[in-house]
Ligand binder design. Structure first.
Ligand SMILES: *[C@@H]1O[C@H](CO)[C@@H](O)[C@H](O)[C@H]1NC(C)=O
Ligand SMILES: *[C@@H]1O[C@H](CO)[C@@H](O)[C@H](O)[C@H]1NC(C)=O
Ligand SMILES: *[C@@H]1O[C@H](CO)[C@@H](O)[C@H](O)[C@H]1NC(C)=O
Ligand SMILES: *[C@@H]1O[C@H](CO)[C@@H](O)[C@H](O)[C@H]1NC(C)=O
Ligand SMILES: *[C@@H]1O[C@H](CO)[C@@H](O)[C@H](O)[C@H]1NC(C)=O
Ligand SMILES: *[C@@H]1O[C@H](CO)[C@@H](O)[C@H](O)[C@H]1NC(C)=O
Length: 564
């Protein structure tokens, strides 16, 4: 009865209907953009995102205490059970019984040939994926688990349309095939992949690798499921296309980012396990390196400007950002550098070391063609991040709050907005440092690989609960396991897999999934966010008035020190 599209609308949390609907088909747009990214994708340094629905951390303190009480209650009931020795953990190592299959030089280098080989009949007959015996289930209190970070609450938001529709049918999953790159089926902890269309570079390979690591971290605990994954940048599931007769096929489509007008389900991107094409290491190691990078130059000794380095050619907004660079006419307090990936690739990535880029007091985050994986690298530098109003969000960015984790930069007036932010920071140094620290802390504490896996675990578990059919392996699907992937991988790809491999099952449960937002909580968060944005806008207007209304009074501008 309740149509998925219609059911989602009254809630209106994640999106609301635009007035006329979208003028062009999202599929066409996606395909167009897909080709666009093929051209520019190699050069993409960093695609960025934070979001429109940031939520306050302060608010989260309230619910944080709730599950803690629950845990305590459970603990008190435990002594009845005699303390059994913990079951031995499964541990894993990698051994390949044969060298990788020969490569086909005619396959384009912008898609993963490794995945091709893994799924080829020759490889699948040569390597079998050994059955990992299901370990005994962890006792509920194996290790008093803690509540997951606040951003996990968005799992409920992302799945809400299907919960409202009464569940996910096979027809809905089939509908998601239209744009999907691969289909994943998990049955009794074993994974089966059907490659529908090769993804750009190694996105599909490393996403699948990540999922296989999750299965190892929590053996026997990821439920049976069947899902479609789209590795292209832009979200495509527009609710207005799934009203009326199409409500029964609202596609649950997994991808790396979403926006306020789409219902795509967001999932951690491949870069957490590495991006071999541009030498971006797996996240665990890189996160620690970035933490160390913060210690190289003390905040006060850093350049008092806003720094950005990336590839401006992926998006018009980035080209606009380049215009804010210092010049003989203007000092917008910005230092903008172009990342030439082709040159970097040839020169061995000497100029693209992310841990050496925390040299300015302010760093700019700007989206590329969609969200950008660089978001976490920029936030991890404890300089204050200046976020140019983003359109997209990824799985964790919706909790970030302006003036707490970052300073918002107007999209329509970037240069003067950046100038104002830097002037503010240089005259409120402690506050600016606090904002930088808060973001760095968030990244170091709440965005560990452990939490990335827990997010995947909870998202997939909640998703699987909604399935109204029993997942089955399609004849086209091939079983994959860490060995089957890593033993076909070569070079940096293989190294990143070895480095990011889960070596033993977790002896603790995942963190506890926090509850959904109440509508009031959700509204309150939105209001807080809007208030901060408004506040900054007002400050900016005040500060820029003398300049805008009467340029001849330039000398009267409050901080003319670096004005040329
Ligand atoms: C599989 O192996 C056979 C014989 O070794 C070879 O001729 C064929 O090209 C291989 N197929 C693929 C897809 O690699
Ligand atoms: C790879 O590049 C070719 C052209 O060289 C292009 O036709 C194709 O769409 C690209 N594939 C992907 C997945 O980007
Ligand atoms: C339902 O989906 C079909 C196929 O995509 C489309 O042609 C049709 O316009 C849709 N109907 C509505 C009401 O959106
Ligand atoms: C921005 O200005 C600096 C300093 O003049 C210069 O080194 C840099 O190349 C400029 N960036 C771009 C993208 O032009
Ligand atoms: C979505 O966000 C954009 C800004 O990125 C805004 O222009 C648009 O009105 C928003 N749409 C909805 C439906 O809220
Ligand atoms: C519980 O966690 C602690 C530290 O996180 C670890 O040292 C300990 O071995 C764990 N205990 C069990 C029973 O898993």
């Amino acid at each position: 009865m309740s149509s998925a599209g219609a059911a989602a609308i009254p809630d209106g949390r994640r999106w609301s209907k635009g007035p006329g609907g979208s003028p062009s088909s999202p599929v066409t747009t996606a395909i167009f953009l897909f080709f666009f990214v093929v051209v520019v994708g190699v050069l993409v340094s960093a695609r960025w995102i934070t979001t429109t629905t940031h939520l306050s951390i302060t608010n989260l303190d309230q619910w944080r205490s709730k599950p803690a009480i629950l845990t305590a209650t459970q603990t008190t009931s435990i002594p009845a059970v005699p303390a059994a020795p913990p079951p031995p953990r499964a541990t894993y190592s990698l051994s390949c019984s044969a060298p990788p299959l020969p490569r086909n030089p005619t396959i384009p280098s912008n898609i993963s040939q490794t995945l091709d080989l893994v799924l080829s009949p020759n490889a699948s007959s040569a390597s079998t994926c050994a059955a990992v015996p299901d370990p005994p289930p962890l006792p509920a209190n194996a290790n008093a688990s803690s509540t997951c970070p606040a951003y996990f609450r968005f799992i409920h938001e992302d799945l809400h349309p299907w919960r409202a529709a009464g569940g996910i049918t096979r027809a809905m999953v089939d509908r998601a095939r239209a744009t999907a790159n691969f289909r994943l089926v998990v049955i009794r902890g074993r994974a089966y992949i059907e490659r529908i269309a090769p993804a750009f570079q190694t996105r599909d390979l490393f996403t699948i690798w990540g999922i296989l690591q999750l299965l190892r971290r929590y053996p026997g605990r990821v439920p049976d499921l069947d899902l479609m994954f789209d590795c292209v940048d832009w979200p495509v599931v527009r609710p207005e296309q799934y009203e009326g007769e199409n409500a029964t096929v609202l596609p649950p489509l997994f991808r790396y980012c979403g926006d306020n007008e789409t219902l795509d389900i967001v999932f951690p991107d491949w870069s957490f396990w590495g991006w071999p094409e541009i030498n971006i290491k797996p996240w665990d190691a890189l996160r620690k390196e970035l933490g160390g990078g913060n210690k190289k130059v003390k905040w006060l000794d850093r350049e008092p400007y806003a720094y950005w380095k990336g590839n401006p050619d992926v998006a018009a907004i980035r080209q606009e950002l380049v215009k804010c660079n210092v010049s003989s006419e203007h000092e917008w307090n910005a230092r903008i550098y172009k990342q030439d990936w082709l040159k970097e690739i040839k020169a061995g990535y000497k100029q693209s070391d992310l841990a050496s880029q925390c040299t300015h007091r302010y760093k700019i985050y700007i989206e590329g063609s969609a969200w950008s994986v660089s978001e976490k690298y920029i936030l991890a530098c404890d300089s204050m991040t200046l976020v140019v109003t983003p359109k997209y969000y990824d799985f964790y960015s919706r909790v970030l709050m302006p003036m707490q984790h970052y300073w918002p930069i107007r999209d329509d007036n970037k240069c003067s907005s950046i100038k104002h932010a830097v002037d503010w920071g240089n005259s409120h140094k402690q506050k600016a440092q606090r904002i930088g620290n808060k973001a760095d802390n968030f990244i170091q504490k709440e965005l560990t690989m452990g939490y990335v896996y827990d997010y995947m675990f909870h998202l997939l578990t909640e998703y699987a609960k909604l399935l109204r059919f029993k997942p089955t392996k399609a004849p086209e699907a091939v079983e994959v396991c860490p060995e089957s992937l890593a033993c076909q991988a070569i070079g940096r790809e293989k190294k990143f897999m070895e480095d990011s491999m889960v070596r033993s099952a977790s002896d603790a449960g995942p963190c506890d999934l926090p509850p959904p937002f109440s509508p009031e909580e959700f509204k309150a968060l939105k209001r807080r966010r809007e208030k901060s944005m408004k506040q900054i806008e007002t400050w900016e207007q005040k500060a820029s008035k003398p300049v805008d209304s009467n340029p001849r009074e330039l000398h009267a501008f409050p901080s003319p020190k670096r004005f040329i």
